[in-house]
Design a protein around this ligand. Structure first.
Ligand SMILES: [Fe+2]
Ligand SMILES: [Fe+2]
Length: 328
């Protein structure tokens, strides 16, 4: 897989990263210098603040010319990508189906980024098995509206929610696909996609904080399962299973979780699945100021250091599903 497929590349040895052409819009001003490569040299193509014109776009239509940004400007590119996705999601001219497709494809792309260094059949397996279900769930107005609401508060929680939704849905299909009806699976999946909806009530100054949180701030974060549960109960659309996911996704098998420090059998199975997907996503997510782990490192860390926190059978199934060396 090339970096242009994924739209995300690792830090270039020469100090530049490839900029995916698919996110560029003409008649837009960008806050970063854009370069093209001629032989081994990077030449300025469009300066920061200048209009990226139709002519710029035409020059790139041949598909052979690639765009580059300096490493130290990459955070500006990430900011732009977030705004671009947000503007599509909130645009009233874009249909609900198109929004669902954009939400799905951008999330799958970022999941592919995470798996870039591993064997891609893992991602293909997820796509093959969960794609139809995930598209269905994202086309539910209730789910998409709530995700857009999360996005308007905090883009990272939105990205995290969709990716956890995809992982947990894929594992649930693998484990329970033959027992649940399509309607039951869609209802369940809604719980996964909206598991962190309560985070939209956590003040941004806490979510964005780069320094360690105080005990009071942790206390506020730990309210999010209850806040999410209350919000979804008010709307009355979630099934009891989905509501249990929202409420119990931070409970841990060994009783170290919250809000109720439930243990083992006391935690609903779907919440346990969400907990595994949630931890895996948090460890592998690409975030500013934090080094993400590759899938193998993340699963190894969960196995070595958190094994009593997760249901062993469910964790094993998750490794079989996503593990970089699995035969899934
Ligand atoms: Fe959470
Ligand atoms: Fe989460």
């Amino acid at each position: 897989m090339t970096s242009s497929d994924t739209g995300q590349s690792t830090s270039g040895v020469d100090g530049y990263r490839e900029l995916p052409f698919s996110i560029m819009r003409v008649n837009e001003r960008y806050e970063f210098d854009i370069y093209i490569r001629i032989k081994d040299d990077h030449r300025l193509f469009a300066a920061s603040g200048a209009l990226f014109t139709e002519d710029h776009g035409k020059l790139l239509k041949d598909g052979n010319t690639k765009l580059y940004v300096r490493d130290d400007d990459w955070s500006k590119v990430e900011d732009y990508k977030s705004r671009y996705l947000s503007s599509i999601l909130t645009d009233p001219k874009v249909s609900a189906h198109e929004k669902a497709d954009v939400a799905f494809s951008t999330s799958m792309k970022s999941i592919r980024d995470v798996f870039e260094s591993t064997e891609s059949r893992t991602v293909k397996h997820v796509e093959k098995n969960a794609e139809e279900m995930v598209r269905l769930i994202l086309r539910e107005d209730e789910v998409m509206d709530n995700l857009i609401w999360i996005n308007s508060h905090d883009h990272y929680t939105y990205q995290h929610s969709v990716r956890v939704g995809i992982y947990a849905t894929a594992l649930s299909i693998k484990l329970f696909g033959s027992k649940l009806t399509k309607k039951e699976m869609v209802d369940l999946s809604a719980g996964y996609f909206l598991h962190d909806i309560g985070m939209a009530q956590v003040p941004l100054k806490i979510l964005d904080k780069q320094t360690p949180l105080s005990p009071t701030e942790w206390g506020i974060i730990r309210m999010h399962p209850m806040w999410g549960y209350d919000r979804l109960l008010e709307t009355g659309h979630l099934t009891p299973e989905a509501a249990a996911i929202v409420l119990s996704h931070h409970e841990r098998d060994n009783g170290s979780g919250y809000p109720f420090a439930r243990e083992g059998e006391g935690i609903p199975v779907y919440a346990k699945i969400c907990a595994i997907a949630d931890m895996f996503e948090s460890l592998t997510a690409i975030r500013p100021y934090r080094q993400q782990k590759d899938p193998f490192q993340a699963l190894k860390l969960m196995q070595d250091e958190m094994s009593d926190e997760f249901d062993p059978e469910l964790f094993k199934a998750f490794v079989m599903l996503l593990g970089p060396r699995s035969e899934a």
